[in-house]
Design a protein around this ligand. Structure first.
Ligand code: MF3
Ligand code: CO
Length: 256
């Protein structure tokens, strides 16, 4: 069942979304050569605590990995697709891209958003990967309208990404979000005909998160049990927003 949130609940999700937005803006401003992903983690942990919120990822148990996730951020560099772990040994350098993904819980309601940024100078094909991935998210957001169906969102990302020569990661998906980090429905970035295709209704809140590889779509998880990488070592980009269905169209909760 996909939960439909009341106006009061949407306001709470909005607060969580805006907190995640502020954190990501601050972290984006920190990204430069020589900064470690551990530096980003420390800054994020402080911002979450100062806001009176709790991290949504730290302590999160995943069936797939069988262990709790130990950090407030996922920092996924270059060929890392998602769930890269902050480390004092990972210094950002020019030419890298880093996906910064974070989630919070504030007054019982979750926020979740991600952005991928370039470090220093990256080449044109990498710039294009970031641009196409972000644009696929924007196009999908515009489909978050009452009366549309889930596959409208999935298909929009899939078509735009593949027609631009990139590939869609299939092992990880977006999700509903509310009083849990992950709620129904699952939101693949491709049309999965084995899945259901519910109609979107006002009050539903969707975390849409395209994960796009420059090369082949296949991924594997490293021996640390979390870090998912592109098998062929190609660069991978990831953007995420939480979006509410309203009578007046999409409401992106994770940006002003
Ligand atoms: N944005 C990702 C998601 O919504 C990050 C989850 S990391 C985890 O699934 F640690 F919480 F699993
Ligand atoms: Co998410």
């Amino acid at each position: 069942m996909i939960v439909r949130r009341s106006a009061i609940e949407l306001d709470k999700l909005r607060r969580s979304g805006l907190l995640v937005y502020r954190i990501l803006e601050d972290l984006k401003a920190m990204v430069s050569e020589g900064v470690t992903t551990r530096d980003l983690e420390i800054a994020a942990e402080k911002m979450i605590a100062d806001a009176g919120a709790k991290p949504a990822f730290k302590g999160y148990y995943s069936q797939a990995s069988g262990v709790k996730y130990p950090f407030v951020l996922c920092t996924s560099i270059n060929e890392e697709v998602v769930h890269g772990m902050p480390s004092s040994k990972r210094k950002l350098k020019s030419g890298d891209i880093v996906s910064i993904d974070t989630g919070v819980q504030l007054n019982g309601y979750f926020g979740d958003s991600a952005v991928t940024v370039a470090v220093g100078e990256v080449n044109d094909s990498v710039k294009r990967l970031l641009k196409i991935t972000e644009e696929s998210l924007e196009l999908a957001i515009d489909r978050v309208r009452a009366g549309n169906r889930l596959f409208d969102i999935c298909g929009t990302v899939e078509k735009y990404v593949t027609s631009n020569g990139f590939s869609i990661v299939r092992e990880f998906v977006g999700h509903g979000i509310g009083t849990s980090l992950h709620e129904e429905p699952q939101i693949p970035n491709y049309v999965d005909r084995r899945g259901e295709n519910p109609r979107l209704k006002p009050g539903m809140v969707l975390a849409i998160e395209p994960m796009v590889n420059a090369g082949k779509p296949d991924t594997k998880v490293l021996s640390d049990k979390w870090t998912a990488v592109a098998k062929d070592g190609s660069y991978s980009a990831h953007f995420e927003h939480m979006v509410a269905v309203t009578e007046n169209g999409p409401w992106v909760l994770s940006r002003p």
